[in-house]
Ligand binder design. Structure first.
Ligand code: GUN
Length: 297
């Protein structure tokens, strides 16, 4: 029976550390500030943004929320981003994805100042991450790491899962999870394989994994027959498969948790695994931005 890796618990630890840093900055006259931008009425995005704002409040980070209509134009959003780039009270800017279909997300993401890009989605931050040679270079640089991949590394590190020399298999090649988590695991000296829709025999590749990261976006794709005994499984999936009788969303991951937990050394649950880590790492990045932009240590 696997160890259940509690993202809730690790996130709490990281939030407590971040609160100390945030309060230290406040005592020196710098109030860390995060601007959130939500365009439209996507219910899941509204929940995520609500959680981010609530966590800011808990940690002494000031939040500035901007909610634009579904019909907002690209130039309106770009205008707001420009204003936030120039606002000295705002250290981090987060534009919640997905944006409505008529908006070119790439255009918006590169308009955010790389120095305030606490999501780590700007091409400059992605490129800098690509150029670093090892974990030390990454941690000493001023780059903002994307929150979910960074959260995954923290979960593994703080659970004591060895990464150096491990066979790490990532299922999914997205810009926000698959590709950057591959870079971070490589920087930790793991041997990394990325699988995707073109992979011929997914089970065969997954069975090599000491660490398996599932970031597919489809429910229960990774089943017990696809993992070896002793694997550590990180499930990034958040799939809504219906409503509970109380009207709450029923969430499942990309991994068949009940089957896979019987073979795994450790596994993250959904919910309560990777999700809370994404928010914790956003707070870490925001306080880092406040430190870097203010020059106050
Ligand atoms: N949508 C889903 N995850 C994320 C995230 O980490 N950041 C932003 N901005 N949008 C998201």
């Amino acid at each position: 029976m696997a160890q259940i890796i509690s993202g809730n618990e690790v996130s709490k630890q990281i939030q407590a550390e971040t609160k100390v840093e945030s309060e230290a900055l406040r005592s020196k006259g710098v109030v860390p500030g995060l601007a959130t931008v939500l365009v439209g009425e996507d219910p899941a995005s509204q929940v995520y943004i609500g959680q981010k704002i609530k966590t800011c409040n808990k940690l002494g980070i000031e939040s500035f929320h901007h909610h634009l209509s579904e019909k907002a134009t690209e130039s309106e959003i770009l205008g707001l981003v420009q204003k936030l780039n120039n606002d000295p009270k705002v250290h981090g800017i987060l534009c919640q994805l997905p944006l409505p279909k008529h908006i070119d997300s790439d255009k918006i993401l590169v308009a955010i100042s790389p120095n305030k890009d606490v999501d780590g989605f700007h091409l400059m931050n992605m490129g800098k991450l690509l150029s670093k040679k090892n974990a030390r270079e990454i941690s000493e640089s001023g780059i903002y790491l994307p929150c979910t991949p960074h959260g995954i590394i923290q979960l593994l590190r703080r659970t004591g899962i060895p990464m150096a020399g491990a066979e790490a298999v990532i299922v999914g090649r997205s810009n926000i999870v698959g590709k950057p988590v591959a870079l971070l695991l490589m920087a930790e000296n793991a041997t990394v394989t990325i699988c995707h829709t073109g992979t011929k025999d997914l089970g065969e590749v997954c069975r090599r994994a000491d660490i398996l990261v599932a970031a597919i976006g489809k429910p229960k794709v990774v089943t017990a027959d696809m993992v070896k005994n002793g694997v550590t499984v990180i499930d990034v999936g958040v799939n809504r498969i219906g409503k509970t009788p109380e009207g709450k969303d029923m969430l499942v991951g990309d991994v068949d948790f009940d089957g896979v937990k019987e073979k795994a050394r450790a596994i993250t649950p959904v919910p309560g695994g990777v999700g809370p880590m994404t928010i914790a790492m956003l707070m870490v990045n925001t306080v880092k931005a406040a430190r870097l932009l203010s020059g106050v240590k």
